[in-house]
Design a protein around this ligand. Sequence first.
Ligand code: KG4
Ligand code: ZN
Length: 338
Amino acid sequence: NKNTYILGIESSCDDTAAAVIHNGVVLSNVVAGQKIHEEYGGVVPELASRAHQQNIVPVVHQALRKANIDKKQLSAIAFTQGPGLMGSLLVGTSFSKSLAMGLDIPLIAVNHMQAHILAHFINAEEQTAPTFPFIALTISGGHTQIVKVTDYFEMEILGETIDDAVGEAFDKSAKILGLPYPGGPLIDKYAQSGNPLAYPFTKPKVGDLEFSFSGLKTAVLYFVERETNKNPNFVSENLEDICASIQYTIVDYLMDKLKNAVAITGIKQVAIGGGVSANSGIRNALKEAEKELGWKTYIPRFEYCTDNAAMIAMVGELKYKTQQFSSNNLVAKARMKL
Ligand code: KG4
Ligand code: ZN
């Protein structure tokens, strides 16, 4: 049972990914992104599903080749059952079922949101994992969720967004500023040389541990329209300050929620994941919280923050050890509880 090779497959949104993990160490981690959505300024579900169908076989082949193993050496197939886009999930689910059946090895269903959190346990020797209990904040283009984690599979959602995800707030604001999709990283880039206090935006008021971002998007839209009416070059002349102000508002809002979670639970270990954890503003704010508030904070390597299959394989390995296998007639779930 010690020499396990788990193949992980992820297809919940717009990335087709496969990875092989061997005793907690990632041997390969392949991701095929989908450029096709760029011109639409967001993920188009039908196109995503079709691209997954085209990508999944080559991506899995590449993951096996890079790991330098034969498919006959695999111990189990772990795949994302949900949550996500139904058409996308179906591709990974049916492919994984067939492969597991063909190889006559166990099939392991993985919850994508659990995987983002358990990504902290990948490659334990090179990145320090948090110890239980800890607070996890998952922030990406699809998710914004604060979770209390007491064990690998004991998680409780403390709060989540009631409308847009934080990555959407970045991307939609960027779109209003005329920046290409996904605009989050560009807002971050321009924000570096701007004044974060130049344009104050109000932070949406919801429950202590809940998030709301749709109001911010509207506020940015009205603000840009108003200023552009006065000065048609307003955005280009003030891009850095606008980006810095938007980013400051979002980061401050995320930190408010984390501070609330720490105060309510008394847990000072904070682990973040998801694509938005790349943001320099949140990274700096967390470093400051370590110094000022005595927190311990954790961010996985970037390739394990964005959607990837290494995290799916990691959960697969944890479930393999405790024999949490799935039956071959299980179905994909667009909505799935943690
Ligand atoms: O995890 P991810 O790759 O995919 C999912 O959405 O699941 O996250 C992508 C999101 C996008 O909204 C992107 O704009 C945002 O993460 N993002 C950033 C940064 N890097 C990626 N947002 C702000 N600052 C960044 N540096
Ligand atoms: Zn994700």
